[in-house]
Design a protein around this ligand. Structure first.
Ligand SMILES: Nc1ncnc2c1ncn2[C@@H]1O[C@H](COP(=O)(O)OP(=O)(O)OP(=O)(O)O)[C@@H](O)[C@H]1O
Length: 747
């Protein structure tokens, strides 16, 4: 015991030293920030912008230093040459620049995750240092140099690195938010995290294999290893829902990275909120690759030669908009392949020239060149001319184009010749209907072909930045004249003057700009994406530097994939590489096995999986009479919630039911006075509730200590992937309640 105590005391000394250095850096950076802010509003514009740049730099650095408080130090490597290296959340050196802590992402830290007894990579001993707050509570050693192991050593070598630390982490109560895994990344995960930046990397893995965790750590790694490339262009992370994005939103900040843009496909088009529901079959149809041709055709249809000439009186003379002139002007304007709205400028110029010629030819005198411009202007502003030219080549917004397709049957019929009348009927809906997520990739396609004028948005962003600058200036003057600077900074005051700040960070600018191209894009639950969604996503990453993670056995969307090659070959032209994750860290083995049997029986393409954990009595299956099912489920969920919740507020339970049963169950819970949150689409608080009632779709990507699953046969009937998702959410136990016969594999 004395041995372990002195080991802990030794590590405590090392950990204290590193926290002391962190504290000193924090204090120094805060002091620099305060100094910059004190500099006041004087100086040339250049001085001011330099000062602002420094202030932003120090603010970011302070935020970064604050974010690494928990588990600052988590590992130690003892090397063959007798040296020792501590691994932690960020790199630290002392005042003489001697390394104190190695950033987990640095090449020098790689052995911490990868070294094995067979390939020790110069490592003699790997130690996991477990801390609570700033106190060292345990160490766990793996001796990689087997010659050093003697009989008294009770260190076991398993396939898992840092098994004790890992299992302790896995068994902890869930908090409703995903945590980082830096301290216990496993070798197969590390290989993916550090895989090169270029090209498209597909990460396939069964439920709970850490795909989401790996994708997030990879984003943090890439930002570290390729900061110059990625800081300017930015990284985009696409997830299946806002709830999911909230579930993971603390991971990257805890890794010191705050500049990643997160979005769902439905949010990719700035300015459009697409939250309306629609039939799965309609969404699937809208997601098909052929819809790109439909949109292209619809744009083409708006460049139209009139059947009849139009005679227009201008200033006592007559000009004629002639079909053959329009046809020639359209052909000429199309020649340079510019987007519709931009090519229209050429078309209009051409037509006005032709009309001006007609006008001039009717005059009795020679028109000097400078007066010809006036004639053109006169024609341009004549209402009838404008109407006639618009009928031939209408300026369009993406919203108008797509909305007209759905609400005007003739437009759809003309554009969608490849669709049957029944399919067109499916797409029809009234004008002004709210947007659905499946509309968004079509709007994006339309924007691309129309060449929307994003100059307006850019000008707006510039104006906002200028406004902010003057608000800051004003705030500084206020502070200078009132002398209240110690309590409030100019920035804080400016924030109060205006609720909107400047769109100045890369992330903010990128998120507001539809045509922004990112340096890297990470897509989670990628199996759900339609062909049209891929098109709009790939437009945002012309370099095709992508991390694509998902599980083709968990697909819900009718437009989604059961096969990566079939989904990705058409969009990435076969140039993607595949990595697989094979260890399930979430679900207890008995639950994972049952889920797998059900999935195999349903014919899903399940990945091979071994489970890291055994938990006794993890699977309970209970049959109840049909009329008592809801009450039994509510009781079971309530009991589980009271059992899992700990004093710190951790512990989460999900009651997962087929969509058709959710309203009834919600009523039963309410009648019984059980505090539960229904659905997760609406508010951030949902993730903080101990008990939530969800459909399988809403549970996708999330995890809970206990899941109570109602009537699996009904879930299966809707979608086998949904049942696989629902069964694989718990970290401790799955309680199945049914009255109908159980699905094959579960019986
Ligand atoms: N190396 C690790 N160390 C500690 N915890 C881990 C590790 N790998 C994964 N986990 C944990 O396992 C759980 C599952 O991870 P994650 O949600 O990333 O899996 P997934 O493959 O995305 O699952 P699904 O496909 O079911 O959504 C999480 O709680 C995660 O923190």
């Amino acid at each position: 015991m004395a041995g372990i105590d002195s080991e802990l005391a030794g590590e405590q000394g090392a950990v204290d030293e590193r926290y002391a250095r962190l504290d000193a850096l924090r204090a120094a950076t805060r002091e620099r920030l305060a100094h910059v802010r004190r500099t006041g509003p004087s100086g040339s514009p250049q001085n001011r912008s330099e000062r602002d740049a420094f202030a932003t730099l120090y603010e970011d650095r302070v935020a970064q230093l604050e974010a690494v408080e928990e588990r600052l130090v988590f590992g130690r490597l003892d090397l063959e040459d007798g040296s020792r290296r501590y691994i932690g959340r960020l790199g630290l050196t002392d005042e003489e620049q001697t390394p104190l802590l190695t950033d987990w992402r640095a090449p020098a830290a790689q052995a911490f995750y990868r070294a094995t007894a067979a390939h020790p990579d110069g490592v003699v001993l790997r130690r996991h240092v477990v801390t609570q707050g700033r106190t060292v509570t345990g160490v766990e050693d793996e001796v990689l140099d087997l010659d050093l192991l003697d009989d008294e050593d009770d260190t076991r070598l398993s396939g898992l690195s840092g098994e004790g630390a890992l299992l302790a982490g896995l068994a902890a109560g869930r908090t409703g938010r995903m945590g980082d895994i830096v301290a216990t990344i496993q070798a197969e995960q590390d290989a993916i995290i550090r895989s090169e930046l270029g090209g498209a990397l597909v990460v396939q893995g069964g439920p709970g294999t850490g795909k989401t965790a790996v994708a997030l750590h990879r984003a943090a790694y890439l930002l570290y290893a390729h900061r110059r490339t990625l800081e300017r262009s930015g990284v985009l992370l696409v997830g299946p829902s806002r709830t999911f994005l909230r579930y993971i939103d603390q991971v990257l900040p805890s890794l010191g990275e705050t500049g990643v843009v997160t979005s769902t496909i439905a949010e990719l088009f700035p300015g459009i909120t697409a939250t309306a529901d629609e039939d799965e079959a309609v969404a699937e149809l809208k997601g098909r690759a052929l819809m790109a041709d439909v949109v292209a055709r619809a744009v083409h249809d708006r460049q139209r030669v009139p059947a009849q000439p139009t005679r227009i009186r201008v200033d006592g003379r007559t000009v004629v908009v002639r079909p053959q002139d329009v046809a020639q002007a359209i052909a000429r304007a199309r020649r340079n392949h510019r987007p519709h709205n931009l090519a229209r400028v050429g078309f209009v110029r051409d037509m006005l020239g032709r009309l001006a010629d007609q006008y001039v030819s009717q005059l009795q005198f020679e028109v000097p060149p400078d007066e010809r411009g006036e004639i053109v202007e006169e024609l341009r502003t004549t209402r009838e001319v404008r109407i006639a030219l618009n009928l031939a080549w209408m300026p369009l917004t993406p919203e108008k184009l797509v909305s007209d397709l759905w609400s005007k049957p003739a437009r759809l019929e003309s554009a969608a010749r490849g669709l049957s009348p029944a399919q067109r009927e499916m797409l029809a809906r009234p004008a002004d209907s709210p947007w659905t997520p499946a509309d968004v990739p079509l709007l994006d396609e339309a924007a691309e072909l129309l060449g929307e004028d994003d100059q307006a948005a850019k000008a707006q962003a510039r104006a906002a930045a200028e406004r902010r600058q003057s608000e800051l200036e004003y705030a500084r003057q206020v502070l200078a004249s009132t002398g209240s600077g110690a309590l409030v900074s100019a920035e804080m005051l400016a924030d109060r003057f205006a609720s909107t700040g400047p769109s100045l960070t890369t992330a903010e600018r990128a998120a507001a700009d539809r045509s922004w191209t990112y340096g890297h894009v990470v897509v989670d639950e990628a199996q759900e994406l339609s062909a049209m969604a891929w098109r709009s996503l790939l437009r945002r990453v012309p370099t095709r530097s992508l991390t694509i993670v998902g599980d083709v056995a968990q697909t819900t969307a009718a437009a989604g994939a059961r096969d990566w090659a079939r989904m990705l070959d058409p969009v990435l032209r076969s140039s993607w590489r595949l990595s697989e994750l094979t260890v399930n860290y979430r679900t207890p083995a008995a639950v994972a096995d049952a889920a797998r049997r059900v999935a195999v029986a349903a014919g899903l393409p399940v990945s091979p999986l071994t489970s890291a954990r055994e938990v006794p009595d993890a699977l309970v299956v209970e049959q109840v009479p049909a009329d008592g099912l809801a009450v039994a489920a509510a009781r079971r969920a309530e009991k589980a919630a009271s059992e899992v919740r700990d004093s710190a507020g951790a512990g989460r339970v999900a009651l997962i039911a087929p969509a058709a049963r959710v309203a009834g169950l919600a009523q039963v819970l309410a009648d019984a006075g059980v505090p539960a949150v229904v659905g997760t689409a609406s508010s951030a608080a949902d993730l903080d509730a101990t008990l939530v009632l969800l459909t399988p779709l809403e549970a996708k990507g999330l995890e809970f200590d206990v899941v109570v699953l109602v009537e699996p046969a009904e879930v299966l009937a809707a979608s086998a992937g949904d049942l696989y998702v629902a069964m694989t959410r718990p970290t401790r136990s799955l309680h199945v309640l049914h009255s109908a016969p159980l699905p094959a594999g579960l019986a």
